[in-house]
Design a protein. Structure first.
Length: 189
């Protein structure tokens, strides 16, 4: 490729300094920038190849670990993303089955760990809505009616309602509470 008499303004791809290129294909401002960029590309490629070979080598080990019933604590930390201390704490609490075969030879049951990370069932909202009390006329007390019926102070009634998480409904200046829930609480006392 021949040189032109034109000076083409460029920016070096390695050091980002502006320079005047003599050819259209010039990418770097100097030979040293070219060598440094080439060396950097070689190391990046070498790291990529190392990662791929590492994955290929460990693919067999990963498949083997997933087929075993008992695995080491370090394998459990890698597979499930939890710390060694957490695994040992679960063993002490009896949450997972662990066997100590000697110094640094603790094995845990893989199925117990998998059960810990299984999906959690969320209750249907339709079942929760059935338990909601109705605030119809005749099925509710007001706070003052509760105090008169059970001979309790109004602050005590309010405290009992809050402590037992009894649902209330405020209409105007009156607070209504379901009769059946209040009767259960005061009958037990």
């Amino acid at each position: 490729m021949g040189f032109s008499k034109l000076k083409i303004p460029r920016v070096c791809e390695y050091c980002s300094k502006p320079f005047e290129a003599k050819t259209v294909m010039t990418r770097f401002c100097s030979i040293s920038c070219n060598n440094k960029a080439a060396k950097e590309n070689k190391t990046i490629e070498k790291e990529r190849v190392e990662k791929l070979t590492l994955l290929k080598n460990y693919a067999i080990k990963i498949a083997e670990v997933q087929s075993r019933e008992f695995i080491s604590v370090s394998e459990a930390t890698v597979m499930f993303g939890i710390s060694k201390d957490t695994v040992h704490r679960y063993i002490k609490r009896g949450i997972i089955t662990g066997v100590n075969l000697g110094s640094r030879l603790t094995r845990v049951k893989r199925s117990d760990l998998e059960d810990l990370f299984s999906s959690v069932e969320i209750p249907d909202e339709s079942k929760v809505e059935q338990n909601k009390p109705t605030f119809e006329i005749g099925t509710c007390y007001t706070i003052s009616e509760i105090g008169e019926k059970f001979h309790a102070d109004l602050s005590t009634v309010n405290r009992i309602i809050k402590r037992n998480k009894i649902p209330t409904k405020k209409v105007g200046s009156f607070v209504y509470v379901p009769k059946d829930l209040i009767d259960k609480i005061f009958e037990g006392k």
